[in-house]
Design a protein around this ligand. Structure first.
Ligand code: FAD
Ligand code: SF4
Length: 485
C-alpha cells in the first residue's frame, strides 16, 4: 500500500511514516485555467522538495493526470482537498483517512453545524465556539482573555501618513537547485507551448517546505505580528506586504500546520512580545476565517460556485485576465493588478475592497471571477476561493457568507489607502470625467439591487442615501456606458 500525497498535503502532518509515498507531478491543473507562473513554480518546487526530503520512501510519477498516475494502485489517502480528488480516491477504492491541516476537524464542524440552517452559519459564533473548546485566549474562568472575543474595533486604523510601515523586510526564501530546475522546466514548457502562464516570473517569495515555513513564521511573529492588528485593514501603495504574514502559501500547500502558527502567536502574547489586539486579530484569521471557509466549502457543496443571486453576468475583462495594469486607469485597481502580476499575491483588503468590490459593483460573473482568482493567486485553491469570491466578495450566495454586500465607494478606499492622491479620478465625484468608478459604481449597484436589499436592515442606511441623491439619473446613465476605469 502507498500513501498518496496530493499537492496541498506536502508537509509532515500528512505523513504518518508508515507506508511508501506516492507523489504525482501533473500539469493538468495549470492547463485548466490561466495560471500565474509563480504559482506553478511554488507547487512544483514544494512537490520536488518533498520528494527530496522523503528520499527512498517516495515514488515521484510524472503523468498527464492524477487519474492516470493512480489507476491500478493500492492506496491510502488523507481525504484530499477538492471534490474531484475526493471522488477519484473513492472510485479507485483507496483507504481514506480523515482530512487534516486545519485547527478543527470535519467531524468537529459537523457537530457544531447540526441543526443550523444557512442563516445560522455565522463565522463569529463558530470562532467563539472554537476558542472555548480549544481554550485559545481563554481565562481559567472560561472568559475571553482581556474581556472581549474580538478586537476588531481597535484594528481598523487608516494607514500612517508615510509611504511604508517601515517594518523589517519579511523573511525571503533562498532559491536552490530545485528552484533552478523548476524555472528551466517552466521556461521550456512555455516555449514549446505545453502551458501558457500569466504574471511575471520572480524570485520565489513564499515558503515551500516545513523548515522554510517555520522560519517564515518565526520571522513574522517577531517582526510583524506586533503591528498586524492596527493596520490589518490598511493599504500603502509602496508597501506590498504591510504587516501581513505571507503564510497562506505554506499553509495551503500543507507544509505548515495552522496549529503551529496559532501556537507561535499565542506564545508571543504570553511572552509579552505582541499585544492582544494583534494576536487576537491574527488568531481569528486562522482559527476563524481559514477553518470556517474550509468547512463551509464542503457544507455548501460543489454547486455553490454556480450561485448567482444578483444575476451578475458580465465577463471578467481581458485586462484583468491578462494582469495588464497599464490598461487600467483607476490607480487603486491598477496598482493591485500590478502587484498580482508581480507577486501573484495581494493582501486581504486589496482582494476584498478593491478587486472584489469592483467585480461586485460591475456585475462580473461569480464563477468566472472565481476561476480568475484561483489561477492568478499563488495561494488560490479550489476549497478557499468559492466562499471568498462567490460569498464574501460578490454576495452571489444571497447572504450566506456575508449578511451584507462588501460594496463601498471611493470614500472608503480614500480613507484606508493612499491610492486616491495619485489617481486621475476623484473619490468624491459621482458624475463627469473625474467621476470615480467605485463611487459612481457603488450608487449604480445599489440602485440595480434596491428591491432585493430593501428587506435587509443592514442596508437601510445606504438605501436611504440612495434616495437622497439628486443626480442619480445622471450617475445611472453614465455608469450604463462606462468604458473608462
Ligand atoms: P494574513 O493577513 O497574514 O492572515 C493570516 C492567515 O489567515 C492567512 O494566511 C490565511 O490562511 C488566513 N485567512 C485570513 N482570511 C481568510 C479567508 N477569508 N479565507 C481563508 N483564509 C483566510 N486566502 C487563501 O488562502 N487563498 C486564496 O486564494 C484567497 N483568496 C481570496 C480571495 C478573495 C476575493 C478574498 C476576499 C480573500 C481571499 N483569501 C484567500 C483570504 C485572505 O485574503 C488571504 O488568506 C490572505 O490575504 C493571505 O495573505 P497572508 O498569508 O499574508 O494573510
Ligand atoms: Fe480608486 Fe476612485 Fe481612489 Fe481612483 S479615486 S484610486 S478609482 S477609489
Amino acid at each position: 500500500m502507498q500513501r498518496i500525497l496530493f499537492g496541498e498535503q506536502l508537509g509532515p502532518v500528512f505523513d504518518d511514516g508508515d507506508e511508501p509515498v506516492l507523489l504525482v507531478e501533473s500539469l493538468a491543473a495549470f492547463r485548466a485555467r490561466p495560471t500565474h507562473r509563480q504559482k506553478a513554480h511554488l507547487y512544483l518546487s514544494a512537490l520536488r522538495h518533498r520528494a527530496q526530503e522523503l528520499g527512498d520512501r517516495v515514488e515521484l510519477v510524472r503523468a498527464p493526470t492524477f487519474r492516470e498516475a493512480l489507476r491500478g494502485r493500492d492506496l491510502v489517502a488523507v481525504d484530499p482537498p477538492s471534490f474531484a480528488a475526493r471522488r477519484l480516491v473513492r472510485e479507485l477504492g483507496a483507504t481514506i483517512l480523515p482530512s487534516r491541516g486545519f485547527v478543527t476537524s470535519e467531524e468537529d464542524f459537523a457537530s457544531w453545524v447540526r441543526g443550523r440552517d444557512e442563516r445560522g452559519l455565522v463565522m463569529d459564533t463558530f470562532y467563539r465556539w472554537v476558542r472555548q473548546r480549544e481554550g485559545i485566549l481563554m481565562t481559567k474562568a472560561g472568559k475571553p482573555v482581556g474581556g472581549r472575543f474580538s478586537y476588531d474595533a481597535d484594528n481598523r486604523q487608516p494607514p500612517p501618513k508615510r509611504e511604508r510601515l517601515e517594518l523589517p523586510e519579511p523573511w525571503w526564501p533562498r532559491e536552490d537547485d530545485i528552484d533552478r530546475q523548476v524555472r528551466d522546466d517552466l521556461d521550456r514548457w512555455e516555449q514549446d507551448g505545453t502551458v501558457r502562464f500569466i504574471g511575471a516570473d520572480g524570485p520565489r517569495r513564499f515558503a515551500v517546505t516545513h523548515r522554510e515555513g517555520r522560519r517564515a513564521l518565526q520571522h513574522f511573529v517577531r517582526h510583524r505580528l506586533p503591528s498586524f492588528g492596527p493596520v490589518e485593514d490598511a493599504t500603502l501603495a509602496a508597501d506590498w506586504t504591510m504587516a501581513h504574514s505571507l503564510l497562506s502559501v505554506p499553509m495551503n500547500l500543507g507544509v505548515l500546520d495552522p496549529r503551529e502558527v496559532v501556537d507561535a502567536a499565542l506564545a508571543a502574547y504570553a511572552d509579552g512580545a505582541a499585544p492582544l489586539n494583534s494576536v487576537e486579530g491574527f488568531v481569528r484569521q486562522i482559527v476563524g476565517w481559514r477553518d470556517w471557509m474550509w468547512h463551509l466549502h464542503w457544507h455548501l457543496g460543489e454547486r455553490y460556485v454556480h450561485r448567482n443571486a444578483l444575476q451578475a453576468r458580465r465577463r471578467v475583462p481581458d485586462a484583468i485576465w491578462e494582469l495588464d495594469a497599464a490598461a487600467i486607469e483607476a490607480n487603486c485597481l491598477s496598482s493591485v493588478v500590478a502587484g498580482v502580476h508581480e507577486h501573484g499575491w495581494a493582501h486581504h483588503i486589496q482582494r476584498l475592497m478593491v478587486l472584489g468590490n469592483f467585480a461586485l459593483e460591475h456585475g462580473w460573473s461569480p464563477a468566472e471571477t472565481t476561476a480568475w482568482f484561483t489561477g492568478a493567486f499563488v495561494d488560490g485553491t479550489s476549497w478557499v476561493m468559492p466562499t471568498n469570491v462567490v460569498g464574501m466578495s460578490l454576495h452571489a450566495d444571497g447572504g450566506v457568507v456575508a449578511t451584507k454586500p462588501y460594496a463601498s465607494g471611493g470614500a472608503y478606499i480614500d480613507r484606508m489607502t493612499d491610492y486616491c492622491g495619485g489617481c486621475r479620478f476623484d473619490p468624491k465625484v459621482r458624475v463627469g470625467e473625474d467621476a470615480c468608478p467605485f463611487t459612481a459604481g457603488y450608487w449604480a449597484f445599489l440602485h440595480r439591487h434596491r428591491e432585493r436589499f430593501a428587506g435587509n436592515p443592514r442596508m437601510a442606511q445606504p438605501l436611504a442615501g440612495l434616495g437622497r441623491l439628486k443626480d442619480l439619473d445622471a450617475v445611472l446613465e453614465q455608469e450604463a456606458h462606462r468604458t473608462l476605469w
